[in-house]
Write a protein of this length. Structure first.
Length: 292
């Protein structure tokens, strides 16, 4: 009986001690949920890792986040960005790697955007400006409407970069991010097209031509590649459309009409099949109408 009472006492004590720990593990929806954004920029990839606080009726800048103080650009651990290629932020060079994002909001002046090598901090505690990889002065934009939940993302994409933006409460901050896509693409074109040692596919010729067209450079060479692509893969209406459009750009109206009409017939034939024409019949009709 004594042993049973002793066992019961220990069991009760254990339950009392362990109860708070068990309750602590219950969890629940966080007020600042974690987010991961994986975004292709140029030929590389960028990953954002951050927590997303909401306004919830509070005064944010000048209140929760004091003017002139270092802000973690999020909640919980500092927000982070990982680059798999070298880049520039606001014209400042940044090597591939992982960085913490910090911002210093100012009331009547430009804000400071920071990429820091200190990626293991909880918030801004222990932040050391000597560890800054990039420090930029950025003019913020005042928002007309409240941006309830913090968003860090990219917009304004082009071949060589995009804009990183931070939006929360009534403020929006934008930083241009640039990567050297062009050098890599020209190296690929040299290797796989100009100096190719083996067979070159129709799609490779087409892609090389389209890249040069987008650059608005080397159109004579691009035209020869486009012609080769269509010779190797005849009747491909979407490639023929680009061939006709390039001919028009280069002032060869006769070729544009001839290729455009053939492309239209191929698109109509595709439209009658299960695969469809992806809207190229109407696009080619509009293209040819301009040439009459």
């Amino acid at each position: 009986m004594r042993l049973s009472l002793l066992s019961l006492t220990f069991a009760s004590l254990a339950a009392t001690v362990l109860a708070p720990a068990a309750l602590a593990q219950l969890g629940g929806p966080p007020k600042s949920p974690h987010a991961t954004v994986t975004q292709q920029i140029g030929l590389g990839e960028v990953v954002l890792d951050y927590s997303r606080p909401s306004v919830r009726g509070r005064e944010i800048f000048g209140g929760l986040e004091p003017w002139g103080a270092v802000w973690r650009a999020g909640a919980n651990a500092s927000s982070k960005i990982t680059l798999d290629q070298d880049a520039t932020f606001g014209g400042e060079s940044v090597e591939a790697g992982t960085y913490a994002i910090y911002v210093i909001p100012m009331e009547n002046a430009d804000w400071t955007f920071i990429l820091s090598n200190q990626t293991d901090l909880w918030g801004a505690d222990g932040y050391d400006p000597a560890e800054d990889a990039v420090r930029l002065s950025i003019k913020p934009t005042k928002l007309a409407a409240t941006h309830e939940t913090l968003t860090i993302d990219f917009q304004g994409f082009h071949a060589n970069g995009a804009e990183l933006f931070i939006a929360w409460a009534d403020m929006h901050l934008s930083v241009p991010v640039m990567v050297d896509t062009d050098t890599k693409m020209m190296q690929r074109i040299d290797e796989k097209v100009r100096n190719a040692t083996g067979d070159v596919s129709a799609r490779t010729y087409f892609d090389a031509a389209m890249y040069m067209i987008d650059k608005k450079e080397g159109l004579e060479e691009a035209s020869s590649w486009m012609d080769k692509a269509n010779e190797m893969q005849p009747g491909t209406f979407w490639m023929m459309y680009q061939q006709a459009d390039l001919a028009l750009t280069m002032g060869n109206t006769d070729k544009a009409k001839r290729v455009g009409m053939a492309a239209l017939e191929a698109a109509k034939a595709a439209k009658a099949t299960e695969g469809g024409d992806f809207g190229y019949t109407e696009r080619l009709e509009a293209f040819l109408a301009k040439l009459k």
